[in-house]
Structure formats: C-alpha cells, structure tokens
Design a protein around this ligand. Structure first.
Ligand SMILES: [Zn+2]
Length: 235
C-alpha cells in the first residue's frame, strides 16, 4: 500500500479546492527522537515533515492545519496582491523532494507572516524547517531556523498565544530552554529548565520535567573543568 494519500484542501484565500499528500497514520513510525522532539523516520517517503505545509496550486497560498481561518483586516488583500502576483504556478500536490519540502516551508512562513498568524504557528514552521535541515545535515541552515523558532516561541510565551493549541506551557518552556541549550546559551537554558522543574507538582507531563532535569545535568557536566593534566595529577 502507498503510504501517501491525497487529502482535499479548500484554499482559505481563493476558495478553490486542491489535494495535498499526507502519510497514512499506520506508516507514521518514528525510529528515534532528539531531545527537542525532532523525529526521524525510516525514509523520506514516510516523513510527515515533508507534507506539513499545503500549497494551493491556484494562487500560491500556503498553510498548515494550525492556521486559523481568520484574516486580520487588510491581510487577505496583502496576501492576494503579493502572493498571487509572484506565484509561478508550481504544483506541490505530489510526492515531494527535500528541496520541494524546503520551498513549501518558505512559502508557509511567508504567508503566516503576511497573515499575522500566531507566534506559536510561525514557531512550528521554523522549528520543523530546522529539523528538516538537521535530518539532511545542513547545520548552518538548521541553526538559522532554530534561532527564528526560538524568537517566536519566546514571543508566544510572553503573549500567551499558545493557549488553546496543542502546545502546553510545560512543553513550550522546555523547548525554549532546549533551543537556548542547542544555540550555546546555557544560562538562558537553565533559566527555562528551572521554570519547567518548578511546575513538577502541577503538571501531568512528568516526562518533560524529567527531560529538563537531564538537560540541566548535561549542561552542568559540560561546564565542569576538564580533568587535571597528567603532570598535576601526581599519578
Ligand atoms: Zn488558493
């Protein structure tokens, strides 16, 4: 059976219908996870990161399932004029290559910005694009998009716009800490891991509290002074 199937989407901008590929749930079997929740799959054929963004072949408007159907005043017109006029008619409805998947994220980020989507939605796009680059071992781009994700996660936390989404406060605080840690900002990382740990009693997400402990411990270990040289050890 083909792991991919066609899902029907109705474009929020031009109202036309199109299909986009999704992966059947029985094939969604990650083989490993990183400490920031990046998941790895046996092959790109079954990697849902490739199909996170839907791109309307009619007008170019690109969105994820997290986008709201609400357009703040003037944003719909802004999208119609800017996207539609530059839209080259590419079709992303089929199976995607890595480069095509990257293009869909850049389109999605552009549309989310024009639409003034929630910070948590933009963060999710930046984070997945960073993961995609990590999966393909392109560390400069991975770092660039981790920084952008971090900015948006912090904005989401301070404006509280993650409420009512799939993101919990504990998970968000952990992710902010973990992105600081990966971007070599250990003091900031510890600050956010301690906020996670402070929620130990009230949260049901005990696993994330445990992960915050582990990351904090790793930072401590890495900051320990290197072992004394042979000359000084007296052995
Ligand atoms: Zn459209």
């Amino acid at each position: 059976m083909d792991p991919l199937y066609d899902r029907n989407i109705r474009c929020l901008v031009c109202q036309q219908s199109y299909t986009t590929k999704k992966i059947r749930s029985r094939f969604l079997r990650p083989v490993k996870h990183d400490t920031d929740f990046c998941s790895y799959y046996p092959s790109e054929d079954v990697n849902p990161m490739f199909y996170y963004v839907s791109v309307c072949p009619h007008c170019g408007f690109s969105a994820t399932e997290e986008f709201s159907s609400y357009f703040p005043p003037t944003t719909l017109e802004a999208i119609q004029t800017t996207i539609y006029q530059v839209w080259n008619g590419s079709n992303y409805s089929g199976k995607r290559t890595f480069q095509e998947a990257v293009n869909t994220y850049k389109l999605g980020i552009y549309c989310a910005t024009l639409k003034r989507e929630k910070h948590i939605v933009l963060a999710g796009l930046y984070m997945r694009l960073a993961w995609l680059y990590r999966t393909y071992e392109i560390p400069e781009q991975e770092e660039r998009f981790m920084r952008l994700a971090l900015e948006q996660y912090i904005a989401s936390y301070s404006k509280d716009d993650f409420q009512g989404t799939r993101m919990s406060e504990v998970r968000l605080l952990y992710l902010i800490g973990e992105l600081h840690r990966r971007l070599k900002q250990p003091k900031q990382a510890i600050l956010y891991f301690s906020k996670v740990i402070a929620k130990k009693k009230e949260t049901i997400e005990k696993r994330i509290v445990q992960m915050a402990h582990e990351r904090w411990q790793e930072i401590r270990e890495s900051q320990k002074s290197p072992p004394p040289s042979e000359g000084k050890s007296g052995v």
